[in-house]
Design a protein around this ligand. Structure first.
Ligand SMILES: [Zn+2]
Length: 76
């Protein structure tokens, strides 16, 4: 039976988020095998995807237009 890894949490040494490569040593979770051995990664790992992909953004173009209510009440 494999150990269930925590759904959330932080590394005991460097406080980084526990990701899929997190390892458990003596009942304590570390973010990576290197961090468990005492060599925390000082430089954050580069993102696997472009940062723009992390944010939802509209793909349609919404042009400037007057609301229908204002157009209906315009003086003739
Ligand atoms: Zn760590």
């Amino acid at each position: 039976m494999s150990e269930r890894r925590p759904a959330s949490g932080s590394c005991a040494r460097c406080r980084a988020a526990l990701l899929l490569d997190a390892v458990k040593r003596e009942g304590v979770w570390y973010c990576s095998p290197g961090c468990a051995d005492g060599q925390p990664e000082l430089t954050p790992r580069p993102s696997a995807v472009p940062e723009a992909w992390l944010y939802a953004r509209p793909t349609r173009y919404f042009g400037k237009r007057t609301p229908k209510e204002l157009r209906a009440s315009r003086p003739r």
